[in-house]
Design a protein around this ligand. Structure first.
Ligand code: FES
Length: 108
């Protein structure tokens, strides 16, 4: 099972095991990562699963975001960066080992 790292805005790291096939949002919820809310359950209607994927190689390896994700990212509460993604749209794969997910300070 790949391990991925959630890094909070204060620098706190939490390494969790992530089941292949789940989204990063689902892994966060199941792992008690409170900074990710995922209020719409992954239906691209809330943007409360905003994260930053700062590793350029990793970011480039992810599927490009859809027009709907792009639109939702316009409404995130914390600054949108080039590395911003909605974690419900990122699936865990066998290549996810070592993925570092930076958490914004808030989702509201
Ligand atoms: S969980 Fe709502 S947009 Fe990702």
């Amino acid at each position: 099972m790949p391990k991925i790292l959630f890094r909070a805005a204060d620098g706190t790291d939490r390494m969790v095991e992530a089941s292949v096939g789940l989204s990063v949002m689902e892994v966060a919820i199941a792992s008690g990562i409170d900074e990710i809310l995922g209020e719409c359950g992954g239906n691209l209607t809330c943007a409360t699963c905003h994260v930053y994927i700062e590793d350029r190689d990793r970011l480039g390896g992810l599927p490009p975001f859809s027009d709907d994700e792009d639109e939702m990212l316009e409404g995130v509460s914390c600054e949108r960066r080039p590395s911003s993604r909605l974690s419900c749209q990122i699936s865990i794969t066998g290549e996810s080992e070592g993925l570092i997910v930076l958490l914004p300070e808030s989702q509201f």
